[in-house]
Design a protein around this ligand. Structure first.
Ligand SMILES: [Zn+2]
Length: 346
């Protein structure tokens, strides 16, 4: 697998990492990750930025405000001197899982500290978004978490694998073997999982066998629930970013789960351009559909672990960001990608 190396003495810019909400995620950011994580806390960018790069980074910072700072780590790669840090996957995978919890009446977090798994309860069973690293995670984090929140793991009918990296598919086989769950992925990522894995690790489970292939615009249905499949190429070329409804009492909200965040595919301008296009397009889709909740499959991007505690405590649901904040989140990712692309062209 590709390893990333960290500069010997990275300098941090205090104003970029000052949010108190990031503190508990600092460990994760410092350890970084191979597959899906954007690699260490923001650091000062080299002085030699072109005006175009600077303009995009300024736009990203402006969009991020103080509440979306976690996404600014993506902008680091616009610094030509930036070298992504060496991941410590074993350490990340060994982090104790946070307690599972309810984000909405029909959406539950059943993931780990590093990589998330979400369970969407329907009238005819459960749609699981991602299956974590391996069968051990599937059994001890996801299955145990489902039971803890009062859901029946044997009702996991569908697993939507957001993209073909092992930290998202590794536990899928556990559910297919034990409960006959069906596995959904994009056609492109099925092919990648069958032919040439972009990343692999001895601790990751093997890819599931090709099952249901979906493409952009498809709907995955279970009982009373439909999940819209939006393909957002970049992180992998077939990344799925699903959109679906959730309930909170009498309120209904619409969720976008961004399926692949980091630019960890090396110097591939056409792929980064695909990411730019995907974030811009999804921003329009989200606006049209009134998406007011934005979540991730890695909790340090969306603060989901911290937010679960606030939901349990009652009061306003911090997962409900509002449409304009969802738009800002997509703008941060888009501008960081544009900044990186501009630095590659410089
Ligand atoms: Zn990934």
């Amino acid at each position: 697998m590709t390893l990333f190396r960290r500069p010997a003495s990275p300098s941090f810019r205090a104003e970029e990492v000052s949010a108190a909400s990031l503190t508990s995620r600092r460990t994760l950011l410092q350890m970084a990750c191979a597959c899906c994580v954007a690699l260490a806390a923001p650091r000062a960018l080299a002085d030699a930025m072109t005006p175009e790069v600077e303009r995009h980074l300024a736009a990203a910072r402006q969009a991020a405000g103080s509440d979306l700072e976690a996404l600014l780590v993506l902008g680091q790669s616009a610094d030509p001197a930036f070298q992504a840090p060496t991941p410590d996957l074993e350490k990340l995978m060994a982090l104790p899982a946070p307690p599972p919890g309810k984000a909405f009446d029909n959406l539950y977090f059943v993931g780990g500290k590093w990589v998330s798994a979400w369970a969407l309860a329907t009238s005819d069973g459960i749609i699981l978004f991602d299956a974590m690293n391996n069968e051990d995670d599937a059994e001890h984090t996801i299955e145990r978490g489902l039971k803890a929140v009062g859901l029946d793991p044997s009702k996991v009918k569908t697993i939507i694998v957001t993209h073909g990296h092992g930290d998202h598919y590794g536990g899928a086989d556990y559910f297919t073997r034990k409960y006959g769950s069906r596995v959904v992925a994009s056609a492109l990522d099925w092919t990648m999982m069958e032919t040439k894995l972009e990343f692999d690790h001895p601790l990751w489970g093997r890819p599931p066998k090709r099952d249901i292939a979906v493409t952009d615009g498809d709907k995955v249905r279970l009982g009373d629930t439909a999940v819209d499949i939006v393909i957002t190429p970049g992180h992998t070329m077939g990344t799925i970013s699903p959109i679906f409804d959730v309930r909170s009492g009498s309120q209904q909200h619409r969720v976008l789960l961004w399926g692949g965040t980091a630019f960890n595919f090396g110097h591939q301008p056409e792929r980064l351009q695909a990411y730019v296009d995907a974030t811009a397009r999804t921003r329009e889709v989200a606006k049209q559909q009134g998406v007011d909740v934005f979540i991730s499959n890695h909790s340090f991007y969306d603060g989901s672990v911290e937010k679960l505690g606030a939901v349990a405590a009652g009061g306003a649901n911090p997962f409900v960001l509002g449409a304009s904040t969802v738009e800002r989140a997509l703008t941060v990712m888009n501008e960081c990608a544009q900044a990186t692309l501009a630095s590659w062209k410089a």
